[in-house]
Ligand binder design. Sequence first.
Ligand code: ADP
Length: 589
Amino acid sequence: MSDLLLVLQVAVQAAFVLLAVATLADWFRHRDGRRSYLALAFGSLATIIVFSPAFTTGGTLGRVLTDTGLVLFLLSGYALLMFRDSFIPLGRVTQRAITIAIVVVAALGVAAGLPADPKQPHGPFQSLALTAVLVTWSLCVLEPSFRFWQASRRRPAVESARLRALTVGYAALVVEVLVGGLPGELTRNDSLVVLMDVVRVAIVPLLYISFSPPTWLRRVWRQPEEDAFRNALHDLLLYSPDRATLAQRALGWVTRLVGGVGALIVDSDGTILAARDLTVDQAAEVTATRNAPPPRGGPRRQLREPRLLVIPLHLQQGEGAMIILAGRFTPLFGDEEELRLRQYASSIAAGLDRELLTQRIASLEKAKTEFLNVASHELRGPMTVIKGYLTMLESGSLGDLSPRSMAVLPLLIAKSDEVDWMVEQMVEASRLEDGRLELKKQPADVAELTQRAIDGMRSLLTNHEVRFDMPSRAIHAEVDHRFQIVVRNLLSNAAKYSPARGCITVRVSQNGGARVAVTDEGIGIADENQARLFTRFVRIENQSTQHISGTGLGLWLSREIARMHDGDLTVESMPGRGSTFTLQLPLNQ
Ligand code: ADP
């Protein structure tokens, strides 16, 4: 049994030394005031535990060691209280009173000449001094434990878990110390001593985890929020109407991720894009100080100064920044949270860049629409004049032309019809864009309207054979005069995108609705391009189409008109074999 006791005692010592070394190394890596308090507390406790067997050597050395142990013990309590103070500051008076109380209790303990072994019988003054030491130390540790627990309520998941871990850590320390200093009667029972030592060894890793939680534990803590975070990020990036709103929404999660009290996003040109929980003046002040050196006045002052966490935003136009004003508990977050924040920052930067791009595209689109509007109206007048005179020349009302001039007239008329047709498409497209395209539907025979549309396009169809497959009975539907624009567009495309002398078939039928199908034997359209055809300004550019002129507006306009009639326009096509565009409209009830 005594061997086991010895092993356990060494294990307790080893565990504490490891804990002290780990905390010291942590402090050495980061060199901040808070970690120095932890290093001091655990270093003192480890020293006491390691040197405690030497306390019993007796004589002056034993006395000096015992008194040093006593002072170190109280020092560890003081350091743990100061660790709490660095997050939740104590009042100046309270702090002074505590310091004096600790010094007085330490002096009392030294004066009482406490025996090296706390389990030895004590005189009344010694008992009083020992009680004062233990009570003072316990208060220094239990009070923070309670405070951290209180502060953990109503906080974001990681912050709250981290504060609770500290609560547990502080409470575990009290258990550790009290178990180590149990009264003499209990420590005569060997099995109980074994049990106590096992508990003491087991508490050490718990202490380490509580004060420096490992990455995996932080991830576990974050898990409940992770889904909400992902969804929020998704919504944020997809549905923010502009950059300022996106930045404003993003800040909500920024402060939540690291428990900041305020945050702002600075654009690449230095302007403040969004600020949260900060007034305009505060935001400007924070931005101005972001590059300033850290505050002077020693580590204690620095601990109390509000710290800034600056995360760069790599934007396309230059470097912006996400600045977080650290809250009381922000330092509880470690590298892991900061890394997460950096990942978040790169998503936000991508989102902000995309918004900028969307804004640019929107203004380009607007410019296109405006150009369409102006160009179509400006072209329309001169075209009417040109066409009018060409028709007069053809009819001879302007006098006789030479046979050579007469020969080129049909071509001139066909070309002017082509331009006229393009201008008409542009005018209607710009009306549609501006929401000015209103249909005036009237009952009509679809077959007759289709025939009229073909007749209106004759000059453009001279190189093709047009077959018209018409039903014997009229097909009645409610249509606007723009129905003809759709049919003419399909005919003009069939002619443009099929070789001369090819056959174009126009089939009008009644099949659950009025249906006009225009089939050509042209170049056809690959499957992957078929869905894009009906988009504004989209043209399928390839070797067979590059020499054919067009605006990319016809099919988009035609499908919109079909849909405004509660119908649709669809395509079936095979490259190299030809295409069939089908316009379907509801019948007149
Ligand atoms: P465009 O003025 O370019 O003809 P459209 O909107 O009418 O504009 O057509 C869009 C694109 O669809 C055309 O650029 C062409 O590539 C393709 N397309 C349209 N009709 C046909 C067709 N009958 N056969 C092959 N390709 C066609």
